[in-house]
Ligand binder design. Structure first.
Ligand code: PLP
Length: 406
């Protein structure tokens, strides 16, 4: 049997609890700023027009069936996913020192990476994650026996990056630690290092022989520019690092529930790099087999259709600009309304931050007041999903924030 001492009741995932409370609220004023998914200006999920086209193409293809995908996934998908992340002209691709495995979206990619490192990484079995980070990082790594430590990231005063704290902690970490990095649109803060800061980080990570683990869930979704959002990863690869990347297609294709993702390993340049990567690929295949046997087809087929067709790819880039552009507009609108209302404090961080989320700096009592009195739902740490804002609710949100801030 499973007594409560050995199987205690686990707390509910805070995001799902928030979603439930939002659903139960009957006020017409209610605003959902908790969700980690894009919404259009009418607060509705948005199926990308290019995804609709790809879907149509797939449905009209009589050759397609429901056979198993290969263990490492659909090759036409994983090869283009690697080009997208690393750049089609990446030296690592030209030198055949990368391997890519299709995963259950970004979560599955982080998990496969964690599992691989737990089994085969001979450096320190501690991963350093930003404080704060996507909460799931803690569970994913600890579940496979990798210890989780933190480096400072968010400066509460400036609501920007605590670069000194970050570099000091990464320098002080035991040699050969795993360093988890968000290449763009950091979740939950929306604060990213600049390219110059990434260069400084690369120097420290090299000196300390640390192992970079990039978790990229928002490529193209942050700035609207796929290359710019992957610049950190590409810089580290150019510098000759051995590294891994978890890549999600949930946000940038709006394929959340379809679970399309990829895990990439890049070996350092060396005469035997291709044989190293072949060995790694063989072990990843065994791990994948024991975890999921074969990855799911549909999301990867959609992404692959777009990634392999120049015209559809160009349309996708337009769709990305629509999403990132609307979010950037909402950032500008929220900041300017808060400033117009002479809301105490500074609000430049709303437009300085990037991507789906913003760390507003609102305190937990303020967050709860917004929920109880104004029907505005956000996580207790003051994180808001910019995608939940639209031209219909932005005045209500700005005025409510003005009132709770004092
Ligand atoms: N990593 C980060 C930092 C995220 O924010 C997310 C999604 O919110 C993910 C990974 C994984 O998302 P998914 O598994 O839906 O691709």
């Amino acid at each position: 049997s499973f007594p409560a001492e050995t199987v205690p009741q686990a707390p509910e995932d805070p995001l799902f609890g928030l979603a439930r409370a939002y659903k139960a609220d009957n006020s017409p004023l209610k605003v959902d700023l908790g969700i980690g998914a894009y919404r259009d200006n009418n607060a509705k999920p948005w199926v990308l027009p290019v995804v609709k086209k790809a879907d149509e193409i797939l449905r009209n293809n009589p050759e397609l069936n429901h056979e198993y995908a290969p263990i490492a996934g659909i090759e036409s998908f994983t090869s283009k996913a690697a080009e997208l992340m690393l750049g089609a002209d990446s030296p690592a691709l030209a030198e055949r020192r990368t391997t890519s495995v299709q995963t259950i979206s970004g979560t599955g990619a982080v998990h496969l990476g964690a599992l691989f490192l737990a089994k085969f990484y001979k450096g320190s079995q501690t991963v350093y994650v930003s404080n704060p980070t996507w909460a799931n990082h803690h569970q994913i790594f600890s579940n496979v026996g990798i210890k989780v430590a933190q480096y400072p990231y968010f400066n509460k005063e400036t609501r920007g990056l605590d670069f000194d704290g970050m570099t000091t902690a990464i320098s002080a970490a035991p040699e050969g630690s795993i360093i988890l990095l968000h290449p763009c649109a950091h979740n939950p803060t929306g604060v990213d290092p600049t390219l110059d800061q990434w260069k400084e980080l690369a120097v420290i990570i090299r000196e300390k022989k640390h192992f970079p683990f990039f978790d990229c869930a928002y490529q193209g979704f942050a700035s609207g520019d796929l290359a710019r959002d992957a610049a950190a990863v590409r810089y580290f690869v150019e510098q000759g690092f051995e590294l891994v990347v978890a890549q999600s297609f949930a946000k940038n294709f709006g394929l959340y529930g379809e679970r399309a993702g990829c895990f990439h390993v890049v070996a350092a340049p060396a005469a035997d790099a291709t044989t190293t990567i072949t060995r790694i690929a063989s072990q990843l295949a065994i791990l994948q087999r024991s975890e999921i046997s074969n990855p799911p087809l549909y999301g990867a087929r959609i992404a692959s259709t777009v990634l392999n067709d120049a015209q559809l790819f160009a349309e996708w880039e337009e769709n990305l600009k629509t999403m990132s552009g609307r979010i950037i507009d909402m950032r500008k609108a929220l900041r300017s309304k808060l400033e117009e209302l002479e809301t105490p404090g500074t609000w430049n961080h709303i437009t300085d931050q990037i991507g789906m989320f913003s760390f507003t700096g609102l305190s937990e009592p303020q967050v709860l007041k917004l929920r109880e009195e104004y029907h505005i739902y956000m996580t207790k740490n003051g994180r808001i999903s910019m995608a939940g804002l639209n031209t219909n609710n932005i005045d209500h949100v700005a005025q409510a924030i003005r009132k709770v801030v004092g």
